[in-house]
Design a protein. Structure first.
Length: 210
């Protein structure tokens, strides 16, 4: 089964993709990670992407989709995959179709803006090992100190309230139209994000298996 997870920043897409990967046995594909890997492995399309990244430009859709096609041709994707963070726009979704990538189901995880703002503003990241915490849902044993390595915990720039508002605005403008796009194709399922992560996971897995 080939899945796409949609949802605003902080809706829990990455977390739920990990749950699906573990329970269903299909890999989570993050376009950010595969871009980095293609550049590192110096594949022809990776070198093409690097030329854009080095100049600070956005990597064009056809290059991103080319790298995606390379990744989903690998053996671990033969039973399916989960796309997390792609497509972000309708032109990307159309380009995905044009390149013959079939999507079976699209799950939109919906969470109210104020809940997302509370979630993200409570996130803390370790400056040394990168471990993440949350002041309410997953606090460190000692405030401001990483449990794993003892490094200091900080609010990442993209979790600051003014940045979160901007990220939500961009999501609504660019990515939210994909909800109607996939609804029109009969592929969309909506999951309402719950207070407890495990409750959201239960709903997501029921939707995947339905």
């Amino acid at each position: 089964m080939n899945l796409i997870l949609l949802g605003a920043p902080g809706a829990g897409k990455g977390t739920q993709a990990e749950v699906i990967e573990r329970e269903i046995g299909i890999p989570q594909i993050s376009t950010g990670n595969i871009l980095k890997a293609a550049v590192k492995n110096a594949t022809p399309i990776g070198l093409k992407a690097k030329s854009f990244m080095d100049s600070g430009a956005l990597v064009p859709d056809d290059v991103v989709i080319g790298i995606l096609k390379e990744r989903i041709a690998e053996p671990d994707c033969k039973n399916g995959f989960i796309l997390d963070g792609f497509p972000r726009t309708i032109p990307q979704a159309e380009a995905l179709e044009a390149m013959g990538v079939t999507i079976d189901k699209v799950i939109s995880i919906e969470v109210a803006d104020e809940k997302i703002e509370a979630r993200l503003s409570g996130r803390r990241a370790c400056t040394q090992c990168g471990a993440t915490y949350h002041t309410v849902f997953n606090p460190p044993k000692t405030e401001g100190v990483c449990d794993k390595c003892g490094g200091p915990l900080v609010i990442r720039d993209d979790d600051k309230p003014e940045t979160v508002k901007e990220r939500l605005r961009v999501y609504k403008e660019k990515t939210a139209p994909l909800i109607d796009f996939y609804k029109g194709k009969g592929k969309l399922s909506v999951v309402i994000g719950q207070e407890e992560v495990a409750d959201t996971s239960k709903l997501v897995l029921e939707t995947v298996r339905a």
